[in-house]
Design a binder for this molecule. Structure first.
Ligand code: SF4
Length: 218
């Protein structure tokens, strides 16, 4: 494809946005949670595993440890027992207990609402902080870049071809889309990635944005 002008790329991004909104009107965070604390824990647990698997694990976890106070005081082996069906369960048990202790140390058990404060907590990186801010607090602070968002951003060439790292992809997506769209943009790309643009077998023939996608096979 010839080099695309900035204006043409913005127009294509706008059209992609509209079509994805239409295709996935129910796009949302697929990690089950009832409050910011649960969402943060579920997001920590979701590293390198599926949301479905996390959702099968968290009901029992949150029944036993419903808040930062109870989780901070948990014995690691008890938490490991509850998490053992997910990958990396030992380090994740350690991480969520450490996270709960960090929340208690800094305040009364409530989660902070700024990126700076959130990433200062144990176990919370920029991606988890963005998930919590965007979905629990309705604050668009960044774009969550997981494996689906990274793949879709590259296939659709919403980012430059040479842009491959999550922080760089996030920066380019933030420049391309207005702030109020950042949280939903991530959900739309994740929904599309899970349901249509599979990593190995993208279903281009039924993809609503195939005419706008440089990687389309149809
Ligand atoms: S056209 Fe194919 S590669 Fe492009 S976004 Fe759609 S499914 Fe993915």
């Amino acid at each position: 494809m010839p080099r695309e002008s900035k204006a043409a790329k913005a127009a294509r991004a706008e059209e992609i946005w509209e079509l994805l909104v239409e295709a996935h009107p129910d796009a949302h965070c697929e990690l089950d949670h009832r409050n910011p604390f649960e969402l943060a824990v579920a997001t920590i647990l979701s590293a390198q595993t599926t949301d479905v698997r996390v959702n099968m694990t968290t009901p029992a976890l949150f029944e036993r440890y419903p808040d930062a106070e109870s989780l901070a005081a948990a014995r690691q082996e008890d938490v490991e027992e509850l998490l053992k069906s997910i990958g990396l369960f030992r380090s994740k048990a350690k991480n969520i207990i450490g996270f709960a202790q960090g929340v208690l140390d800094r305040s009364d058990g409530e989660l902070p609402r700024t990126l700076k404060e959130l990433v200062s907590l144990p176990g919370i990186g920029r991606k988890t902080a963005n998930v919590v801010l965007g979905n629990a607090f309705d604050i668009n602070e960044g774009v969550v870049v997981d494996t689906h968002v990274a793949r879709l951003a590259q296939r659709l060439e919403l980012v430059l071809k040479k842009t491959t790292t999550p922080p760089a992809i996030e920066r380019e997506l933030m420049a391309l889309f207005p702030r109020e769209r950042w949280t939903l943009l991530s959900h739309l790309l994740i929904f599309h990635g899970r349901r249509v643009c599979d990593a190995r077998k993208p279903a281009c023939e039924r993809c609503t944005v195939s005419h706008l996608c440089p990687a389309s096979r149809v």
